[in-house]
Design a protein around this ligand. Structure first.
Ligand code: BJW
Length: 294
């Protein structure tokens, strides 16, 4: 295992088919929390425990508050230098595909070409109807998606009451903090399907136990299996602990790919471990990617 930028750059240069498996660490320096480790708690809830159909059935109000908060944070965040570097690689390389587990929309806002980006776990800005009888799927960027999900202003902060401060300047309550009171939300306050007007809308993300979109699975399968060889897979800012995403690392290896891991923590290497032939670049993806991709 090496951390030699020159040998990586030479391999990148000669690579004909390249994959990148992307995770939450890519957006960490844009200020968005990861799922596991420090920052993986939303109030008292493990973030992954809210990402299940069971959690939504049990308490749709709480789950919508979690997702509405994340939509708000993602819209306020900016793509960082790693999103931009990957988008540039995607624009200039004819056979590059990014497999993103992220739902925050930052790669799209960095102008990553849509045909070279597969969203494995959906998007915070997709919504779908939960009614068995309705097939509505749509996009929705309205923040908040329903008035009751608006994040309250911090009334104890002087800017809130100061008429000279614009709306944007005013400080909001940090509802991710368990010490801050969460406004009560009932099912009647939650967004309804615009098509059938009856079913509750839910976030268009892939929760545990749900299948990834078949269109996405087919596109990834074609990229990996329609050719004899993959030259390189970059594994960026992900714990590579969620399937089927994590299995793409081994699939690419089986097609001959060399593996380059870019991660803030050396302990978070892909499940099968690293080979002598792999690279590991330890640190912030937003700093490392622009350096190794230039
Ligand atoms: C930095 C950094 C910086 C930080 N710079 N790095 C095979 C074996 C075992 C189990 C299964 C299996 N196949 C399927 C399963 C079940 C399950 C699964 O994988 N379970 C595991 C827990 C074992 N998978 C599923 O249920 C999937 N569905 C499926 O397979 O359907 C068919 C089926 C169903 C049932 C049974 C069998 C088959 C669906 C998975 C959906 C995952 N959904 C979530 C939520 C999405 C919506 C949302 O965002 O809320 O996706 S969970 C969560 O984890 C989210 C993420 O995309 C995903 C991965 O997390 P990620 O991105 O890797 O984040 P972290 O926090 O884990 O890691 C961040 C990394 O960044 C760390 O390494 C840091 O060190 C690093 N870092 N700062 C660089 N600045």
């Amino acid at each position: 295992m090496s951390s030699d930028i020159e040998s990586f750059a030479a391999h990148l240069q000669s690579s004909q088919r390249i994959l990148a498996l992307i995770g939450a660490g890519l957006s960490a320096s844009s200020g968005l929390p990861t799922f596991r480790g420090a920052g993986g708690l939303w109030r008292t809830h493990d973030a992954t425990s809210l990402a299940t159909p069971e959690a939504f059935s049990r308490d749709p109000g709480l789950v919508w508050q979690f997702y509405s908060y994340r939509r708000h944070m993602a819209l306020k965040a900016q793509p960082n230098r790693a999103h931009l570097a990957l988008a540039e690689l995607a624009r200039k390389h004819p056979a590059f595909l990014a497999l993103s587990q992220n739902v925050d929309g930052l790669s799209q806002r960095a102008k990553h070409p849509a045909e070279k980006l597969q969203l494995l776990h959906g998007s915070l800005f997709n919504v779908k109807c939960t009614s068995f009888y309705c097939s509505y799927h749509g996009q929705n960027f309205t923040d908040p998606i329903a008035p009751a999900l608006k994040i309250p202003l911090d009334e104890s902060d002087p800017t809130t009451k100061d008429a000279l401060h614009t709306k944007q300047d005013r400080k909001e309550l940090d509802i991710a903090d368990a010490e801050v009171r969460l406004p009560s939300v009932t099912t009647a306050d939650l967004p309804l399907c615009p098509k059938c007007q009856e079913g509750l809308l839910r976030p268009g993300v892939v929760w545990f136990g749900e299948s990834l979109p078949s269109k996405v699975l087919n596109a990834v399968d074609s990229f990996i299996n329609d050719s004899e060889k993959i030259d390189l897979i970059m594994v960026i800012g992900t714990s590579a602990s969620v399937y089927p995403a994590a299995a793409y690392v081994d699939d690419a290896r089986e097609k001959g790919a060399r593996v380059a891991v870019i991660n803030a923590a050396r302990a978070d290497e892909p499940a099968g471990g690293l080979d002598d032939n792999d690279w590991f670049f330890e640190g912030d993806a937003a700093q490392i990617l622009p350096e190794i991709l230039k």
